[in-house]
Design a protein around this ligand. Structure first.
Ligand code: C2E
Ligand code: MG
Ligand code: MG
Ligand code: MG
Length: 285
């Protein structure tokens, strides 16, 4: 019986599948040492007020520099870290680093820069993420309202009751909660209402297509309308051109993020970027 099953497996296990599985395994085993070997870092991407163009915060984005492979994209390694459970430790590292960086910028006179970080729903389900976050806030003396948590819509829908209570516990710490990649999952208005969220981030696929496809523009407008009806702020990400920015502003988006404003940068570069912006603003005044 089991032997026949094995033969069936072998028949369907094509060379390409085998290679993919090998790659996953290699990533998983290298990732296990990535934190201790200092291969992880955070880059930060500015987000601005759509009306005033003032900086409203930065998003922390995880970077993995492997000694042999070079930069590995989070889009590739995060799902593997989720499958292997390593996301719990990596996620805790991101929380600590993001809070530490916020405190460092404040200490160095760069300013009070609100930081948002991406959190996997698995951290809500399996980890002691509420304790990890409250400890990081305390340790670095960070005002909770200066930290924002981004949770991806698609996973959030699968969240069980326990995740919902964790979400409420996070909210009770005083942090800002937002739903990332909004519009790509299966939202129901019911759950949007039940979740203690503050913001929606429109998925960048809509932003990239909205100038060519009227349906995507209609979706962008609908998300803004929905968000505002529910009392939520609406953020657009992946903004690459002035025309996109103008369209999003006209649609009523509250905040903009994307390469048009700036790419994700290491902390020092972000500090220089901020200083340069301030200079330009002073020159204008
Ligand atoms: P995300 O949270 O939706 O982040 C936005 C992604 O879009 C980032 O890719 C960013 O670099 C990229 N991006 C920003 N502006 C533009 C633009 O104008 N055009 C285009 N084409 N792309 C833009 P990145 O850094 O590769 O991250 C990919 C995804 O990996 C993130 O999507 C997030 O889901 C996940 N991720 C990143 N860091 C973390 C983390 O610390 N924890 C968790 N759980 N997930 C993370
Ligand atoms: Mg995000
Ligand atoms: Mg996103
Ligand atoms: Mg994403």
């Amino acid at each position: 019986q089991s032997k026949a099953g094995g033969r069936d497996m072998a028949r369907f296990f094509t060379p390409e599948m085998n290679e993919r599985a090998q790659t996953r395994l290699r990533i998983e085993s290298s990732l296990r040492h990535a934190i201790e070997r200092n291969e992880l870092s955070l880059h930060f991407q500015p987000r601005v007020d759509a009306q005033s163009s003032r900086l409203v915060g930065v998003e922390a984005l995880l970077r993995w520099q492997h000694p042999a492979w070079g930069a590995v994209s989070p889009a590739q390694f995060i799902p593997i870290a989720e499958d292997s459970g390593q996301i719990i430790a990596i996620g805790a590292w991101v929380i600590a680093r993001a809070c530490e960086q916020h405190a460092t910028w404040r200490r160095d006179g760069v300013g009070t820069v609100p930081v948002s970080l991406n959190m996997s729903v698995l951290q809500l389900r399996d980890g002691d993420v509420v304790e990890v976050l409250s400890e990081a806030l305390r340790m670095h003396d960070v005002n909770p309202s200066d930290i924002e948590i981004e949770l991806t819509e698609s996973n959030l829908m699968d969240a069980a009751e326990n995740s919902l209570s964790q979400l409420h516990a996070l909210k009770a710490l005083g942090v800002v909660l937002s739903i990332d990649d909004f519009g790509t999952g299966y939202s129901s208005l019911n759950y949007l209402n039940r979740f203690p969220i503050d913001k929606l981030k429109i998925d960048q696929s809509f932003v990239h297509r909205m100038l060519e496809d009227p349906t995507d523009l209609a979706i962008v407008r609908a998300i803004v309308g929905l968000g505002h009806t529910l009392g939520l702020q609406v953020v657009a990400e992946g903004v690459e051109t002035p025309l996109e920015a103008g369209t999003l502003k006209a649609a009523g988006c509250d905040e903009l993020q994307g390469y048009l404003i700036a790419k994700p940068m290491p902390p020092d570069e972000l500090a220089r970027w901020l200083a340069k912006r301030r200079e330009t603003a002073d020159d204008a005044a």
